[in-house]
Design a protein around this ligand. Structure first.
Ligand code: AMP
Ligand code: MG
Length: 349
């Protein structure tokens, strides 16, 4: 197993000028490190705002982690196959959002994937290849249709005792959206917030710049950038086969599962999705990793203002090729920037 950052704030950010300075801090939560950087005139004020952001992220982890016995998600997972469980409004909204993405992606995005992740040994970092019988048995209780939600009562119920919810593919994105809400609430106008290797949101732009510059890593080499992205009031999320994986007999098995087969998704090295909504970019980077460019076309026809880059294996070992795409309906608001900086991309975005 290996953990490498996929997204890093550009190191050549402008330095302090006169009254504005750059403040940054980081915080470990949700199995990753959240990084915050912001420009402002008052460091003490920004430190207090950052602390509020980190407290909120801790609260969300406490609520959503399936690894904590006392979390609301664990409570749901233990009990929802026996009776309906009432869910806190925002978490209920997030679960509904996940179920909608599942329905729109023909189940490629699946928050009931936990038992398969466990069977493949990804949660305990003990990779193994389960037998076909084992996978077939788990698939019987996998899929969003096993989660029944009632909006009027704000409850969820499972129709099988082995169903469990795993928000691992979107909780970090949701946490960034909450972080940005807090920053905006305090009138912070220039900040970069990231959740380790998964997502980054660019609020405004650095002083005197048009946008924040974000580097996307090369799928084969964490030290190399594959692309540089310009972002303003927008997020980008990545899903990659390098995040969590194991090797057996020369084959690499990575942590994003194709719910249609119960096996790790194939044919993709990584995906990057830009959206003004980080929960959406987080969920879709995982879903589009499973679907690939051809099957994802219906998603891009149904959701506006998304930019996507797929990194797929190239013709030679350790090389990659890019496929870029965007929503059929693409008309970003004037205060949003989502562009690839390097020349090859100009013709696409
Ligand atoms: P990400 O790195 O955002 O793509 O999220 C990957 C994580 O989401 C995995 O570690 C699993 O916990 C979970 N996961 C794996 N496969 C899927 C899937 N097909 N749909 C939703 N979540 C998944
Ligand atoms: Mg994701």
């Amino acid at each position: 197993m290996q953990l490498e950052p996929a997204l890093t704030p550009s190191s050549d950010l402008p330095n302090n000028n006169n009254s504005t300075f750059r403040y940054q801090d980081s915080h470990d939560a949700m199995g990753t490190t959240f990084d915050l950087a912001a420009y402002g005139a008052d460091g003490e004020f920004l430190a207090a705002v950052f602390n509020e952001v980190f407290e909120e992220i801790d609260r969300l982890e406490q609520q959503m982690s399936k690894f904590r016995y006392e979390s609301e998600i664990s409570h749901i997972n233990r009990n929802a196959s026996r009776h309906s469980i009432m869910v806190e409004p925002k978490l209920f909204g997030l679960i509904q959002c996940a179920l909608r993405v599942s329905a729109q992606t023909d189940g490629a995005f699946d928050i009931t994937i936990g038992p398969l992740m466990k069977s493949w040994g990804f949660f305990r970092h003990q990779g193994r290849v389960p037998g076909d019988g084992e996978i077939g048995e788990i698939l019987k209780s996998t899929g969003h249709m096993h989660v029944k939600s009632d909006s009027a009562a704000r409850t969820v119920r499972f129709d099988h005792e082995r169903v469990e919810l795993d928000l691992g593919a979107l909780a970090k994105g949701y946490a960034l959206d909450r972080a940005v809400e807090i920053l905006r609430g305090y009138c912070v106008t220039s900040a970069l917030v990231s959740s380790g290797m998964s997502s980054i949101y660019a609020l405004g732009s650095p002083p005197g710049e048009r946008a924040w510059e974000i580097k996307l890593r090369d799928p084969f080499d964490a030290a190399k950038a594959a692309d540089a992205i310009l972002l303003k009031n927008c997020s980008i999320s990545t899903s990659g086969n390098y995040v969590r994986f194991f090797k057996l007999d020369g084959k690499t098995y990575s942590h994003i599962i194709n719910p249609a087969t119960g096996w790790p998704a194939e044919g993709m090295l990584s995906t990057a999705v830009a959206s003004v909504d980080t929960t959406e970019s987080e969920a879709l980077s995982t879903a589009l990793y499973v679907l690939g460019p051809e099957r994802a076309a219906q998603i891009l026809a149904g959701r506006p203002n998304l930019s996507v880059v797929y990194y797929q294996p190239g013709d030679k070992p350790e090389t990659f090729k890019r496929v870029a795409a965007r929503s059929s309906s693409f008309n970003l608001p004037p205060d949003v920037v989502a562009e690839i900086k390097w020349p090859w991309y100009r013709s696409v975005f």
